[in-house]
Design a protein around this ligand. Sequence first.
Ligand SMILES: Nc1ncnc2c1ncn2[C@@H]1O[C@H](COP(=O)(O)OP(=O)(O)OP(=O)(O)O)[C@@H](O)[C@H]1O
Ligand SMILES: [Mg+2]
Length: 474
Amino acid sequence: MAAEKILVVDDEQSMTQFLGIVLRKEGFQVTTVNSGRDALDKIRMEPFDVVISDIKMPGMDGIQLLQGIKKHDSNIPVVLMTAYASQQSAIDAVNLGAFQYLLKNAKNDEIRLAVRNALEMRRVRNENQFLKRELKKGHEEKTIIGSSEEMVRVFKMVDKVADSEATILIQGDSGTGKELIAREIHYRSRRHSGPFVSINCGAIPRDLLESNLFGHVKGSFTGAVKDSSGLFLVAEGGTFFLDEVGDMPLATQVKLLRVLQEREIIPVGGTQPIKIDCRLVAATNADLEREVAEGRFRADLFFRLNVIPLRMPALRQRRDDIPVLVDHFLKRHAKGSSPKTVSKDAMDLLLKYDWPGNVRELENVMERALILDEGGIIRPEDLPDKIRFGHSQKGSLVIDSPNMTLEELEKEYILKVLNFTRWQKKRSSELLGINASTLYRKLIGYGIEKPGRERSGGATDPDDLLYEGDEHAA
Ligand SMILES: Nc1ncnc2c1ncn2[C@@H]1O[C@H](COP(=O)(O)OP(=O)(O)OP(=O)(O)O)[C@@H](O)[C@H]1O
Ligand SMILES: [Mg+2]
């Protein structure tokens, strides 16, 4: 990393020299000037990480310089130096946004520490601004859509609970929008100007999860080369989103429970608890009640998290939302040009499909269709086979048909697979897990024929069934 750049300002040359020596020894890149004017000129020309300036200078004094700097870049921390602590100007300085003031006879250590603190503050501030910008960007693009009764109920619930400090547990299948709704809760809460920090408990190796959450003390384990503050502290003043909380190891669950009870964390390897101030939202696509019943999730933690339960409905339970979502995704991907439309046939297919991957799957399907489509109207052929040919999913055949005999079931299933593969018999036999001649025998046995084919004699021609259309099916 490049050395941090410090600008030292004092009308007394002996002082700039002295500070220059102290700070260069620390590895900083130091520039010195002897007036406020020169300082402002320098700052306009190149970026500095910290400015240290005397208050009392002829011409532009330290306070005026401070104001000039704030106008240019309000993120540069300014440390002001004064001969007397009681001086009114020192108090003004801090009120006007100086990071700190130092006495001119401060020890070298104090000077170094002031600069280090200023740098740390700048780093955190920059990071927060970056995060906020990213989030804002993300938030504008990722608005949550829905007008079905189920979603309206969810929105009403969010309205009611966003502003409270209560912990929320969002449950729902994969792709139903749990993370999206968690962000929505954050943006509607009074913590909206604070950070939204999220961690996926299932994606982080077990050993690292705790140190990521609670921070660690230098030397507490191999690799802990310096103190780290952990995400609970990063979320200070904002919302902490614990995603896939069902994947959290039991040992970590105990610690999380303690955090929720005491509102404080103890870093890994540390002894001193640190107070935290963040709102917790957790999400899971596992059935947490069952996890509790089966001993994989602590009951006491479950109740602590589940203060306000929020359940995201599966897309197939709110099909009314499908056209609205389709419209939303088409517009989002249009990028300036006029959005494409969906033909009635294609929309009918989208409405019938079961959407096991929920909104995420719909989003992917629309994206794919937009790539495949050339005419500006999305038609059935732009949709994946599973949507075109298998409205009800493979497995539902059995459940829907409790009165069928095994043979009837087999016949129906073979027909489904044939429709799915557009009557490509080689592929069908692969999908059915039988060889081609077995399929051939079954087709004859069940009298299965490709629809729309006129037959004069009535008898099925086996060769026709098995081979025709296999390689060049429409
Ligand atoms: N109601 C909605 N309106 C618009 N986009 C949505 C909606 N619900 C989900 N999405 C989109 O679907 C995708 C999946 O959403 P999200 O990540 O919030 O789901 P999730 O429930 O957290 O899924 P997982 O359990 O797999 O993590 C995202 O791209 C999101 O933008
Ligand atoms: Mg998620």
